[in-house]
Design a protein. Structure first.
Length: 554
């Protein structure tokens, strides 16, 4: 993993490296820069590539002053889908006459077209449009969640276990979502635009055929694609203007950093060229970085680019959340089924009777009604108002969707019937009823506990550290300490390096989710105390006198 001062490599991508017939590992770089120069592009003479076993990028071989042009890439050397058809015929079994190809699909088709041309013809005729030098500069593999070699099943299940991202990846793999997407939505378009190899059904669907090329292209565009505001010269069709993704040779060698970026991608309005200018002075030997995005969570970084920035992981290990933009913290996610299971557990427990007894003993004026059975026939999800997955974010720890889902299983039958007739979402005011509020809060506490238990305890050995044994089970700060150890492990240490990187990324995602759950738990405690205080005040006004503070475990 890159140091805190360095950029983070795109997708954790393995560098091309020398092949058996290409002993010079820098040949790809000379070919790439020469190709760009012949095409009218410009690269600052003091820029050079570095290519190590763990990453590659661009640095300044000599000091570069602020304002100097770093890179200029003519529009004709960008690889994108702006000139490919927007619509295409639907398969015969589809009732729609035409489908619309997304900008992403059009870019993917263009990449696969160029790759097919390269395999077929090479670049012997020297045509710039062959993109051969660029294609040969691309990584051979991409360390993303799309690649089962980079993230095998056991790594997803253990390291990302309990997280929303891990659940999504596991479910998508189990259902073969990517293969379905290829067969139903992608392959018909590729065949329509004449992508080489897509005319043969067997080749296109085989393990080593078109699907593997598609998966590799997906990872390439995900980790290296750029989006920009559309320019006036972009092709427009059916009101759509192409704004990306663009694959930009040489520019996509630059690594990511939010702590020390020195340039931003721009587009020249005169000719559409892509440019990067030094926005501050660069020291000799300094890496040239830009920011892929400044408001990305760990889960978004890992899902899209295949890494989590070291500064983000360090923040998670230290629990340094003060002043952090809430939009950069991975939200926790409850499935609707998890919440309803917690509600059913409360309905089937002694908690409601304990609550009734407390209310009677202390004179709470609110009503305690007869509750429906724990496993009744209430279909609380058919309204469509409540999604299958409900997010818990730092800025909205208790959403209206989550509140409504929590309260519906406990409503009196007549109130529930009214809600079914005219469904709506409720605000926190609904918790003002003491009986309903306590039941809902108790259910959510159980759901949080179950969620916390869903993160499997990790041992150092399975995270790539040499010593094993400890799992940290029951240790509240174990994940923080384990992540700190991983971040401080020697980078040069061989053997567990790849596993350590995966564990760092996964623990950053996990700790961000736990941050959201802990914020929610604190909010629930505060709401429960408010309920007790408000109820005590109502009793006193009603002439009930002083009562002992109501205490019942959430």
């Amino acid at each position: 993993m890159a140091s805190a001062q360095d950029g983070t490599p795109k997708g954790g991508a393995a560098p091309p490296g020398p092949s058996c017939d290409e002993p010079d590992p820098s040949a790809w770089y000379r070919d790439l820069t020469g190709w760009i120069g012949r095409g009218g592009g410009a690269i600052h003479p003091s820029l050079e590539a570095f290519d190590s076993s763990s990453s590659r990028g661009v640095r300044a071989s000599e000091a570069i002053a602020q304002g100097e042009l770093l890179i200029r890439l003519p529009a004709g050397l960008a690889l994108d889908g702006s000139n490919l058809p927007v619509t295409y015929p639907a398969p015969e079994e589809d009732t729609a006459a035409l489908r619309t190809a997304s900008p992403w699909l059009r870019c993917l088709a263009r990449l696969l077209t160029e790759e097919g041309s390269e395999l077929r013809d090479g670049d012997a005729d020297g045509r710039l449009t062959d993109f051969g030098p660029y294609l040969r500069s691309l990584p051979r593999t991409y360390d993303t969640l799309l690649d089962k070699a980079a993230w095998p099943e056991n790594a997803v299940n253990r390291l990302l276990g309990g997280t929303a991202l891990g659940r999504m990846v596991s479910e998508d793999r189990r259902r073969g979502v990517l293969r379905q997407r290829y067969g139903l939505g992608v392959r018909p378009y590729l065949g329509h635009v004449g992508v080489p190899g897509e005319g043969d059904k067997d080749e296109g669907e085989g393990e080593g055929g078109g699907f593997e090329a598609f998966r590799r292209a997906c990872a390439c565009i995900s980790t290296r694609g750029f989006h920009l505001e559309p320019d006036a010269s972009s092709r427009q069709e059916e009101g759509a203007t192409y704004s990306g993704p663009f694959l930009l040779p040489y520019i996509d060698l630059l690594n990511h950093s939010t702590s020390s970026p020195c340039t931003t991608l721009r587009r020249d309005p005169a000719d559409g060229a892509f440019t990067m200018i030094a926005e501050r002075s660069l020291l000799q030997g300094e890496e040239v970085c830009h920011a892929y995005g400044t408001d990305l969570t760990s889960a978004q970084l890992l899902q899209t680019f295949g890494f989590v920035e070291e500064g983000t992981a360090l923040r998670a290990s230290e629990g340094s959340w003060d002043g952090v933009n809430s939009g950069t913290v991975t939200p926790a996610t409850f499935s609707a089924g998890e919440v309803l299971k917690a509600c059913q557990s409360v309905l089937g427990s002694t908690y409601p009777s304990e609550l009734r007894a407390l209310m009677a003993r202390t004179g709470v004026p609110d009503e305690a009604w007869d509750l429906p059975p724990a496993h009744g026939g209430r279909d609380v999800l058919s309204s469509g108002l409540i999604p299958d997955d409900v997010m818990v974010a730092p800025d909205v720890p208790l959403s209206e969707e989550l509140l409504t889902l929590l309260c519906l299983p406990f409503l009196p039958d007549d109130v529930y019937a009214e809600w079914k007739a005219d469904p709506c979402l409720w605000t926190e005011e609904v918790l003002g009823d003491y009986f309903l509020g306590k039941l809902a809060l108790r259910s959510l506490v159980l759901a949080i506990g179950s969620k916390m238990e869903g993160y499997p305890p990790l041992r150092p050995l399975e995270c790539g550290l040499g010593d094993g044994g400890q799992s940290g089970e029951g240790d509240r700060d174990w994940d923080n300490r384990l992540l700190a150890r991983l971040l401080n492990a020697p980078h040069a240490e061989e053997g567990g390096g790849q596993l350590r990187k995966r564990a760092i990324y996964a623990l950053a995602v996990r700790l961000e989710e736990k941050r959201c759950l802990n914020m929610l738990k604190k909010k629930l405690v505060d709401l429960a105390e408010e309920l007790d205080e408000e109820s005590a005040g109502e009793e006193k006004e009603a002439g009930g006198g002083d009562h002992p503070t109501k205490k019942i475990r959430l």
